[in-house]
Design a protein around this ligand. Structure first.
Ligand code: C5P
Length: 307
């Protein structure tokens, strides 16, 4: 088979079913014990042969591209340059076309998905056959949750989030994903966490209850064990998020759980079955609240098109 001219790779959004945050380390990062899950919102990155680096981004309806760099500071290009450097191919370049289906600065790791998709698309385009271990190591240099974007499914993350191990999971969930019009900066939320130094957090202890619930396949127990230590700092920075919980509870019933996605501001309402999730989505539509309905877990990066 001749070398491809272009390759399209898809990567999913991530949420954290558990985000336990320990005290800040000397390097400014926080030690985490987190359970990642890939949900059905996607970025597609198409890599095409070119003599110089360039990136062009388009988005699904409702996704604001403000703040997405169009130059070499874009994380997809940085991923490509890191892959080229790893193979001693500093002169290699490509054009990257990014189609965003994940809100920007939402706590859903859309940028990390772009980086993971770019790594695999360029690996295939340049026929490098990079090992999985090397891809994971390069991914970790690009951002704490880029390795998980490669892996997908449900996984435990340690270190600053970059060490990932797949978890046994027999529970399928449906997530109402409620974006916020204004993004939230991850470093700012972690700084607020340091400032508040909340005492009632999970910290970086192993989330044994959630891990057991996932393995047992009891979706209700998984929903009961959801937890995010960044909730208090994010809600302290953004009072509209607390108001939104009240609004969602009034619309969907007092029994719902509202989980912050990563460092926010996206909020998530889990359902153990599709029908109640659809009914809830219809209520949000009637109330004029923007949302997506996403299944989980879904696969990590995968090739969707070769030319
Ligand atoms: O690794 P990444 O570039 O995604 O991290 C973005 C920022 O989030 C870091 O600069 C840091 O301020 C914060 N962060 C943290 N602890 C982590 C992960 C991220 O403090 N474990």
């Amino acid at each position: 088979m001749s070398a491809p001219v272009s390759v399209t790779v898809r990567a999913a959004a991530k949420i954290n079913l558990h985000l336990g945050v320990g005290p800040v380390r000397a390097d400014g990062y926080h030690p985490l014990a987190t359970v990642y899950q890939a949900i059905g919102l996607y970025e597609d990155v198409t890599a095409t042969r070119a003599d110089a680096w360039s990136v062009h981004t388009i988005a699904d309806a409702g996704i604001d591209l403000d703040g997405v760099p169009g130059d070499e500071s874009n994380i997809a290009i940085r991923a490509g340059q890191a892959l080229a450097a790893h193979h001693g191919l500093a002169d290699q370049a490509a054009h990257l076309e990014v189609h965003k289906g994940i809100p920007v600065a939402g706590g859903l790791a859309g940028g990390s998905a772009d980086a993971a998709a770019a790594l695999v698309a360029l690996d295939r385009l340049w026929e490098l056959e990079t090992s999985d271990d090397d891809l994971l190591a390069i991914a970790a240099t690009l951002g704490s949750d880029v390795p998980f974007a490669l892996l997908g499914g449900t996984a435990i993350g340690t270190g600053r989030g970059e060490f990932v191990e797949p978890l046994e999971n027999h529970a399928d969930l449906w997530w109402l994903v409620i974006p916020s019009e204004i993004g939230l900066s991850t470093p700012q939320v972690y700084r607020k966490y340091d400032e508040l130094a909340p005492a009632d957090v999970a910290g970086d202890a192993h989330p044994g209850d959630l891990v057991a619930a996932l393995a047992s396949g009891d979706a209700g127990a998984v929903i009961g064990a959801l937890d995010n230590d960044l909730t208090a700092p994010a809600y302290a920075l953004r009072h509209d998020l607390g108001a939104r919980v009240d609004e969602l509870t009034a619309l969907l019933g007092a029994g719902i759980r509202v989980l912050l996605s990563g460092s926010g501001p996206t909020q998530l309402v889990p359902y153990a079955a599709l029908e109640p999730a659809r009914l809830a989505a219809a209520r949000l539509t009637d109330a004029g609240i923007a949302h997506w309905l996403a299944p989980a877990p879904v696969a990590g990066v995968h090739v969707v098109h070769y030319d």
